[in-house]
Design a binder for this molecule. Structure first.
Ligand code: 5GP
Length: 195
């Protein structure tokens, strides 16, 4: 099967990956979102099969054993996330490029496996307070009903930012409309230009 391309968005939780990923999907019909598997509980606004495949832990572990994941990580303690190989191939079969919103280690893992047809973008902000505010807003909107999640996510930021230099591009998402313009250009060049 002919390989398509892949665009990997990574970075700390709350930096704006989901917003940017929805924006890219609205601008590039040639992109399709890779739906990951996760063992974390479903949130109010989420749909199984659209946002994630929500799996019980034993089912996730059985897929690991059967080598069904292209990559997987225990992103937070006891919470597993992973990309099924068949999800990637399904999207390429549709002649679309794959868009990922995955954690830093998973993103770098995919980049290593697909060095010639991947674009990796690290999205972050330069202040932990901005991240905190965004995560709290998400919590109050009841999109994520567990407040302890905020601290778990904030504790990871320093470690995640250390990996930024390994990505093809780093975008500081301070002003969303400026970030959107930059990301459109980067993705356009990648799809139609350099690789
Ligand atoms: P959330 O629980 O907020 O949806 O996602 C938590 C983190 O897991 C985010 O950084 C998200 O990008 C990451 N993530 C989502 N899907 C995957 C995946 O398939 N693999 C990896 N390694 N990380 C993922």
């Amino acid at each position: 099967m002919k390989k398509g391309k892949m665009i990997i968005l990574s970075g700390p939780s709350g930096a704006g990956k989901t917003t940017i990923s929805h924006y890219l999907l609205s601008k590039f019909p040639e992109l399709k979102f890779s739906v990951s598997c996760t063992t974390r509980p479903i949130r109010n606004n989420e749909i199984h099969g659209k946002d994630y495949y929500f799996l019980p832990v034993d089912s996730f572990l059985s897929k690991i054993k059967k080598y069904q994941f292209a990559e997987w990580e225990e992103v937070y303690p006891k919470l597993f996330y992973g990309t099924l190989k068949k999800e990637i191939f399904k999207i390429w079969k549709l002649k679309k490029h794959v868009l990922f919103d995955i954690d830093v280690k998973g993103g770098l893992n995919l980049k290593k496996q697909y060095p010639n047809n991947s674009l990796s973008i690290f999205i972050t902000v330069n202040s932990i307070n901005i991240l905190k505010k965004r995560l709290i807003t998400r919590c109050y909107k009841n999109l994520d009903n567990n407040k302890t999640n905020i601290n778990i996510r904030l504790n990871k930021v320093k470690e995640e930012n250390n990996y930024a230099k390994l990505f093809d591009f780093v975008l500081l998402n301070i002003n969303l409309s400026k970030t959107k313009k930059k990301v459109i250009q980067i993705v356009y060049d990648f799809i139609y230009g350099r690789k």
